[in-house]
Design a protein around this ligand. Structure first.
Ligand code: HEM
Length: 361
């Protein structure tokens, strides 16, 4: 596709697909031509355009600066240690169920200030909200939408109670900070508060789980890389950046064209949806040498796994910190790891997400 149809219109899906690195970056940064407002009923920052987007994003961005996030490092360390202690000595574990899934869910629950006992519920909710149609079981897109609406309703009811509680008893957490925040002198409405909670709950869970899982698969598939990392853990941050490029957890994003725009010789018309393929851009051979290889010491590595432009992932410092701590402790606490004999990692079957449901080791 990158070579022969880098920007193509698919009449069946009635949308454009964009595959090259520079075109994908352009679509994501040129919000005046390619809007994030793909549907009218959403109030979330992901579907706002500047200048409104800037106002709302600034409310949560303070909580996610590298400095603010680093203050959380000892907690992430502690939680990871506890999770690994539960499996130490058993001789086997599932990298997803025992570590990569619970870690980000507990962390975001603590940041938001909700009880960690609710985390299994959180996981079910976020899985449901981000999943694609279950074609194998005969599910139709309409059934999926119905089920997702119901879950969204449940999440909103849950957070409405939490918000009411925090209004009366503010604490040092993100929901209390959102309650105190003002946009143009106004407090956030309940709908806006709920949208923020919803976004933070779903945006960071599955993606970070998949980053940790995808890293594990890269290292298991390549014992030599694992060996080099174990010998020199200062290589780990770069190794994780290469996982983000090579196995990008989010494979694509959507925008809608709002004025006729030329893209690599094609004219995209106002009103047409545009799918940008991040996974493909991150393997663009004109940008990355040996793009289809996992290169441990790749430098520079200008991947766009966290997006580009005004919506660049707010949680990137947190995702990087969690995955670095998690994988460092795996290497330090588990002296030898290999795939469980006869059982392969079970991939998530979804065009938009790259990850694994289970990785038995
Ligand atoms: C936005 C990827 C982890 C919160 C994004 C976007 C991408 C992305 C590609 C851009 C969306 C767009 O342009 O439409 C990832 C990946 C992650 C990750 C690959 C993990 C490896 C997190 C975490 C959080 C988070 C841990 C927070 C807890 C957000 C938020 C936005 C966002 C709030 C919306 C920003 C905006 O619209 O201004 N993420 N993300 N993400 N991410 Fe992440």
């Amino acid at each position: 596709m990158r070579k022969n149809h880098p920007v193509r219109f698919d009449p069946q899906r009635n949308c454009w697909d964009v595959f090259l690195y520079n075109d994908v970056k352009r679509v994501l940064s040129d919000y005046e031509s390619f809007s994030s407002q793909t549907s009218l009923e959403q109030f979330s920052i992901v579907s706002m355009d500047p200048p409104k987007h800037r106002l709302y994003r600034s409310i949560v961005s303070k909580a996610f600066t590298p400095k603010a996030v680093n203050d959380f490092a000892p907690r992430i360390h502690h939680i990871t240690n506890e999770l690994l202690d539960e499996v130490t000595g058993k001789g086997e574990m599932d990298m997803i169920a025992d570590l990569a899934f619970p870690l980000p869910t507990i962390v975001i629950a603590e940041l938001l200030g909700v009880p960690k006992e609710d985390r299994e519920q959180f996981k079910q909710w976020s899985d449901e909200v981000v999943r694609g149609t279950d074609i194998a079981n005969g599910e139709t897109p309409e059934q999926l939408i119905k089920s997702q609406k119901q879950v969204t309703q449940e999440i909103f009811e849950y957070f409405t109670k939490v918000i009411e509680n925090k209004r009366r008893n503010p604490r040092n957490d993100l929901i209390s900070a959102l309650l105190a925040a003002k946009v143009e002198e106004q407090s956030l409405s309940l709908t806006e508060l709920l949208q923020f909670c919803f976004l933070l709950l779903v945006a960071g869970n599955e993606t970070t789980t998949n980053l940790i899982g995808n890293a594990m698969v890269c290292f298991l598939n390549n014992p030599d890389i694992q060996k080099q990392l174990r010998e020199d853990l200062t290589l780990l941050p770069g190794a994780i950046e290469e996982v983000l490029r090579y196995r990008s957890p989010i494979q694509s994003l959507i925008r809608v064209c709002v004025r006729d725009t030329e893209l690599s010789g094609q004219t995209v018309q106002a009103g047409q949806p545009v799918i940008v393929w991040i996974g493909s851009a991150n393997r663009d051979e004109t940008i990355f040498e040996q793009a289809n290889q996992y290169i441990l010491r790749r430098s520079p590595n200008r991947h766009i796994a966290f997006g580009n432009g005004p919506h660049f992932c707010l949680g990137a410092p947190l995702a990087r910190l969690e995955s670095n701590i998690a994988l460092r402790l795996v290497f330090e606490k588990l002296p030898f790891i290999s795939p469980k004999k006869g059982i392969k990692p079970n991939p998530v079957k979804d065009m938009l997400i790259h990850g694994y449901k289970s990785i038995p080791i």
